[in-house]
Design a protein around this ligand. Structure first.
Ligand SMILES: *[C@@H]1O[C@H](CO)[C@@H](O)[C@H](O)[C@H]1NC(C)=O
Ligand SMILES: *[C@@H]1O[C@H](CO)[C@@H](O)[C@H](O)[C@H]1NC(C)=O
Ligand SMILES: *[C@@H]1O[C@H](CO)[C@@H](O)[C@H](O)[C@H]1NC(C)=O
Ligand SMILES: *[C@@H]1O[C@H](CO)[C@@H](O)[C@H](O)[C@H]1NC(C)=O
Length: 505
């Protein structure tokens, strides 16, 4: 046991020495491939990483982006933004999907706005309930009152002090003033369904509010990832960390609300500790203004995707990249700057992305000639080689692809062996498509040894992990990064996987 540990330490020292030597002659060559882990949940929060962070939020079902559906107890039909928005609200739909879903904006624990499918806010036209304005006004403010015995039964109070009622299937109005029982004959009562929730930084900080959020985040940053974690990472033969950050870090310590200051200090610590343990950092701009994909981890408030629709959002994002590169350019640990995480097609067009990547690349190069610049391939419908023409003009560029055997129906019925075969056959060929001798380096910036197989044995997980380490280790010319380091779901936690012998590097 002991000699094994000594051997590890010795190899580690040799590796560190090697990287120091090669650094003094410029950057490590492409022969150096990162074995990295994503330090998610540290600067950007997301559901599984640490759900308990959300525990202290008052009325925590009602966070920003929560998707609600309301069935009138009298008509037995769902509220619906007719045409998806732009006109009246009706109560005549027998089933609920997009048009019948209302996304919350939380103003405080009791006060909300509702955003409809086409992005308008629910509001009033006299007492008529409509969704016509995409700018929120005072008339688009509502309270949700739950029945104490059954929190799925609710009334919605409008800004005029009256409750909404479904008078008929065609008329929803804010004019119920005296309400009595919670019976099925009361047109102001609705059965509420929560159709989805978001748990990201926006939801967390806005959920706690301006007094509590800074304390919660400070405590989180001080305790969730600490120096010992960097020691653990480096002593387990990982060479780098990919650190997701949000755009508001550039205005630390006073970011626009609801975000709170402190993430920059946390990132400074990451650089200190990385330098101490000889780790590289891939700085990953994971959340950009307006959101590039609508996911909670992009900082989206309600699931909408607005980034790139105005030049302003692009310019602001370039500013964040420049800020970060300038700040850390002199650190020997700054290895790469990733300009954006998971831009989603078709909302983010190739044209927009190319324009941003060009400006972002130049912003990095203003301050560093040695940092790799990582370009994320688009999620959604997109040609995996679409960035090649642009990358040709860049020095030290990298294409990032994310491979999960999850999230798509094709993985639903796959067995253990089929998942492993998929890695050896399909992932190999996908990686081969993006890896060319003269093109950008390739990076599997996110992968995980988790799948849709139910009840798999430890040994199955080990084989699945080994298959991915083998394929990505051989074919990804920049390297790979596991998602993530700590997570309540054990298989998503590389720390747990290593400590429990599921993954060996
Ligand atoms: C609101 O709608 C108007 C008219 O359709 C449009 O010009 C404007 O860009 C929209 N604003 C937002 C914030 O979506
Ligand atoms: C909107 O509400 C705010 C806060 O209650 C109030 O100060 C403001 O006067 C209202 N504006 C209008 C146009 O009614
Ligand atoms: C619901 O009511 C609106 C307004 O009267 C009407 O235009 C629409 O066709 C109705 N839809 C259904 C499914 O009944
Ligand atoms: C994997 O690749 C094989 C061989 O090219 C192909 O037949 C199969 O459809 C692919 N599997 C999936 C799930 O895409």
């Amino acid at each position: 046991m002991r000699s094994c540990v000594n051997l590890k330490t010795w190899i580690l020292q040799l590796l560190t020495l090697f990287s120091v030597v090669s650094l003094s002659h410029g950057r490590p060559t492409a022969q150096f491939r990162v074995k990295a882990v994503n330090l998610g949940g540290w600067l950007v929060t997301e559901g599984w990483i640490k759900p308990s962070l959300f525990d202290g939020i008052p009325n925590k079902d009602f966070l920003d982006g929560t998707a609600l559906q309301f069935k009138s107890v009298t008509t037995g039909k769902y509220l619906c933004a007719e045409s998806g928005g732009g006109t009246i609200i009706v109560a005549n739909r027998t089933s609920a999907s997009g048009w019948e879903t209302f996304r919350l904006w939380r103003l405080d624990e009791n006060t909300f706005r509702f955003r409809v499918f086409n992005k308008q806010f629910v509001g009033l036209d006299g007492v008529k309930v409509v969704a016509v304005s995409n700018i929120s006004t005072n008339s688009s403010t509502f309270n949700v009152v739950k029945e104490s015995a059954n929190s799925n039964r609710v009334r919605i109070r409008a800004s005029n002090g009256h409750f909404l009622q479904a008078k008929t299937e065609d008329v929803v109005s804010a004019d119920a003033s005296t309400v009595n029982s919670w019976g099925d004959d009361d047109p102001s009562v609705f059965v509420m369904t929560i159709a989805g929730m978001m748990e990201g930084d926006f939801q967390l900080t806005n959920g706690f509010g301006p007094t509590k959020a800074p304390q919660v985040m400070k405590e989180h940053w001080n305790t969730f990832i600490v120096e010992d974690d960097f020691r653990f990472i480096s002593s387990n033969l990982l060479t780098a960390v990919r650190i997701p950050v949000g755009w508001w870090i550039a205005s630390d310590p006073n970011p626009p609300p609801p975000y709170v200051g402190g993430s920059l200090q946390a990132l400074d610590n990451a650089f200190l500790w990385s330098e101490k343990f000889g780790l590289k950092i891939i700085l990953d701009l994971h959340a950009v203004p307006g959101s590039q994909n609508g996911f909670e981890h992009s900082g989206s408030r309600d699931g909408s995707q607005e980034w790139g629709k105005s030049d302003e959002t692009i310019q602001q994002t370039v500013g964040v990249i420049e800020f970060l590169t300038a700040r850390y350019a002199k650190s020997p640990s700054l290895y790469a700057v990733e300009l954006i995480n998971e831009p989603l097609s078709p909302g983010v067009t190739l044209e927009t992305l190319n324009k941003y990547y060009k400006a972002g690349y130049e912003a990095v190069r203003k301050h560093s000639s040695t940092a790799y610049v990582v370009l994320s391939n688009r999620l959604g419908p997109a040609d995996p080689t679409e960035l090649f023409p642009l990358a040709k003009g860049f020095e030290l560029s990298v294409i990032d692809v994310h491979y999960y055997n999850l999230f798509q129906d094709v993985f639903d019925a796959m067995t253990v062996q089929q998942n492993i075969d998929f890695i050896y056959n399909n992932r190999s060929s996908q990686l081969a498509t993006v890896t060319t001798s003269k093109g950008p380096l390739t990076f599997v910036g996110e992968w995980v040894a988790e799948w849709k197989v139910k009840g798999a044995a430890e040994e199955d997980y080990q084989r699945f992990g080994r298959a991915q380490l083998d394929v990505y280790g051989r074919l990804a010319t920049f390297g790979w990064a596991y998602w993530g380091f700590k997570n309540v779901n054990n298989h998503w936690s590389l720390e747990w996987m290593i400590k429990n012998g599921y993954i060996k590097l």
